[in-house]
Design a binder for this molecule. Structure first.
Ligand code: MN
Ligand code: MN
Length: 242
């Protein structure tokens, strides 16, 4: 029998706009309170650094896998100078902190410029599977998602969606646009293929209203969240086995 999952918008988590490190602590604590209710969290940023404190809460009991849609690997050591906590570094920190099992991490849609020469080399050396945009175009959404699901397997997996993975012609409102990205339809196809993944949390990040044009990126971000919500509601219905 089909049951409707209970869904609640719990509003904004507290942040500290003048103290980044305190902001990370506040996001982690806020997410820990959400998780303590037994809820399956779907959140939105903010930039991609917001995923790090969410992972600190979600992976408190041990490392998780991750399916990561992005134009960028976000595995730099430092960014904007020598800063370790930025939107270009979250997954380097997450692996160093033991929040992610890099052999169960797959990045899809990577392209464009790199910030540091070793960004992609470091990710691959950890065991991350990096699927560049060229490979995605060659193989298509179904084949790429079949591989991604094989990589993460049945164990707990986080899903993170950077809106800059979408082509800027469809999602211009973001801080680091890279041409040659997914169409919204390709993204929808991949998100629906997440069905069956043991999702323990998900997010959508990097929507930047000041850079947006007529709300088109906001529409993409909100719709990506809806697609994730549908997959996650089905997972809860079936009784997720964490
Ligand atoms: Mn990112
Ligand atoms: Mn990005």
């Amino acid at each position: 029998p089909y049951q409707i999952a209970n869904i609640a918008d719990v509003g904004d988590l507290e942040v500290n706009p003048i103290n980044l490190l305190d902001g990370l602590k506040l996001i982690q604590a806020g997410m820990a309170r959400v998780l303590a209710t037994g809820a399956l969290p779907l959140s939105c940023g903010g930039d991609h650094l917001t995923t790090l404190p969410v992972l600190r809460a979600v992976a408190a009991k041990g490392p998780v896998g991750m399916i990561h849609f992005d134009a960028h690997s976000d595995t730099n050591d430092t960014y904007f100078g020598d800063n370790p906590f930025t939107h270009g570094t979250p997954f380097r920190r997450a692996i160093e902190e033991g929040l992610l099992d890099p052999r169960r991490v797959v990045q899809i849609g990577i392209r464009g410029s790199v910030y540091a020469l070793d960004e992609h080399a470091w990710a691959k050396a950890q065991g991350i599977r990096v699927i560049y945009m060229e490979e995605f175009v060659r193989r298509g959404p179904a084949a790429v998602m079949a591989e991604a699901k094989a990589i993460v397997g049945a164990a707990p997996t986080y899903v993170t969606f950077d809106v800059d993975s979408i082509d800027p012609s469809m999602a211009p409102g973001t801080g680091t646009p890279e041409i040659g990205g997914f169409t919204t339809r390709e993204a929808q196809e991949m998100l629906r293929l997440l069905d069956g993944v043991n999702i323990v949390g998900a997010d959508v990040v990097e929507v930047s209203p000041p850079f947006d044009i007529g709300g088109m990126t906001a529409l993409v971000g909100a719709t990506v969240m809806f697609e994730l919500l549908c997959v996650m509601a089905a997972l809860v219905d079936r009784g997720r086995g964490r």
